[in-house]
Design a protein around this ligand. Structure first.
Ligand SMILES: [Ca+2]
Ligand SMILES: [Ca+2]
Length: 484
């Protein structure tokens, strides 16, 4: 009787002691009609991602789609812009990231023999603004590697891996390998990472096979949010994971399909979610303003602090040939940026964020800044994103395009942000760049009052019709090119 009461009290106090962990706090079940463009975007490239991968990764429906409650990534053997294969590499950067928790996926991998390399993995949210491997990489599942091929175990040998900057600043790596008891391409299996402030542990079907202590100081990268990647790579030039170096050496059957039934994140007491809709900026956004009414502003550091790479502050980096000059009277407030630029050498600077901002609400808005110079030198203004790329727009030479004039007075420039094609506005990490080719004579350039104005809200498209922003003319360009 006494024992029973104690047990009941224990149960009651357990239930009353706060949140219950191991709840699924985020998932993509892939049970809808189409891939959720609010969660997933694409790396579109045929350049091999530093691994010499042979495929061209596309955002086409042929290479990724929903079927019977699964995400399917389909690799094909076909000529595409000079590559011999196509596939897809899907990411959640700027849409979904998390820190700490248990992330598990139910995946049926294709028969990898030989040359296929399916992966379920993550990169640190500050990639690529912060260089790999300092940004951190975590591979939850890789299969199809040359170590398996050498032993005839390419359908069973899997690994997990972590890439980081080690205590001496060199490339560091942890990995663990497992020979599964069955060929993994025959059915779905569960691939999981359990991540706490103390460790990362890796599992196949609930059985742990890898564990790494992440408490050493030099593993700071594993205490920031990570975003997810699902992809199906084909081969790669030397050195590569598969050791299958040429299209002719790829013996796997095509089309090859990687099925993902679901991806689920369960929480622990330290879990934090970073959902695109929660982190998107709204209202006028101050890049470098004092009095202009803005909802939020960047704060600046010099970029040298130990936590800068993982924080939200910005740094102004003069890249080349821009020397701080005595300020003129600012156009706004009590300070401005002013630079002396020498003749005969290219110049450039940027407002750098190690961690991107979600500026999706500004893709149809405006970039505003005040500028003052007498120089006729060629100049261009740019923005850079972590996905997609960077884009520089030339400022009119002697004209008043966007409000720019070169008469030595302050001018207010207003550039429509939809001129910045190829920028993923979900992941902007250079919010204002200005650069130019070598000028024929020395000049002074002053800038002030830099801010972003949002555009009118647009409905979210049901399907991904272009990769980074739902802008129809980009889609037309892509269609034209693929018909050539
Ligand atoms: Ca499903
Ligand atoms: Ca100012």
């Amino acid at each position: 009787m006494y024992l029973k009461a104690t047990i009941i009290i224990l149960i009651i106090s357990f239930l009353a002691c706060g949140p219950v962990y191991s709840d699924v706090v985020w998932s993509d079940e892939f049970n809808g009609d189409s891939i959720d463009s609010a969660t997933w975007t694409y790396d579109v490239s045929g350049k091999g991602f530093g691994n010499g991968q042979l495929e061209y990764d596309t955002a086409r429906r042929e290479n990724s789609y929903i079927e019977n409650g699964n995400l399917v990534i389909e690799a094909r053997r076909e000529n595409y812009f000079g590559n011999s294969f196509t596939s897809a590499r899907m990411l959640t950067q700027g849409r979904f990231a998390f820190k700490y928790g248990s992330l598990e996926a139910r995946i049926k991998v294709p028969d990898t023999a030989d040359g296929l390399w399916p992966a379920f993995w993550m990169l640190g949210n500050n990639f690529p603004a912060i260089n790999w491997p300092k940004s951190g990489e975590v591979d939850i599942l890789e299969i199809g590697g040359k170590a398996g091929i050498a032993k005839g175990l390419q359908r069973r040998k899997i690994n997990c891996a972590m890439h980081f900057s080690d205590a001496s600043g060199q490339k560091g790596m942890y990995d663990a390998w497992l020979d599964a008891p069955v060929d993994l391409n025959l059915d779905y299996h569960l691939y999981k990472i359990s991540w706490t402030p103390k460790y990362m542990k890796f599992y196949l079907d609930g059985v742990e096979y890898g564990s790494c202590d992440i408490t050493p100081d030099h593993l700071r990268e594993f205490h920031q949010p990570f975003f997810l990647i699902l992809n199906l790579a084909v081969g790669g030039r030397d050195p590569s994971y598969t050791g299958v170096y040429s299209p002719g050496a790829v013996t796997a059957s095509f089309p090859a399909k990687m099925y993902v039934d679901w991806v689920r994140l369960s929480n622990n007491p330290h879990t934090k979610l970073y959902l695109g809709k929660d982190i998107e900026e709204a209202g006028n956004f101050g890049v470098y303003t004092e009095r202009t009414p803005v909802k939020k502003s960047l704060t600046y550091e010099d970029g040298s602090g130990p936590e800068f790479n993982y924080g939200t502050a910005a740094a102004l980096y003069p890249w080349n040939n821009m020397t701080e000059a005595k300020s003129p009277t600012p156009s706004e407030g009590s300070k401005c940026w002013s630079f002396d630029i020498a003749a005969g050498n290219w110049f450039g600077m940027g407002v750098f964020l190690p961690n991107h901002r979600n500026m999706k609400n500004y893709s149809d808005g405006y970039l505003h800044f005040d500028i003052k110079t007498t120089s006729r030198a060629a100049m261009k203004v740019g923005i850079k994103s972590s996905r997609g790329g960077e884009f520089f727009l030339p400022l009119g030479d002697q004209t008043a395009e966007f409000g720019f004039a070169r008469d030595g007075k302050w001018h207010k420039v207003k550039i429509p942000l939809n001129r910045y094609t190829n920028v993923d506005f979900h992941t902007v990490h250079q919010m204002f760049m200005i650069a130019g080719d070598p000028p024929s004579s020395a000049l002074n350039l002053s800038i002030d009052n830099v801010w972003w104005e949002p555009g009118a809200a647009r409905p979210t498209p049901k399907q991904v019709i272009s990769v980074y922003t739902p802008r129809l003319h980009q889609t037309r360009i892509i269609v034209c090119r693929s018909n050539v």
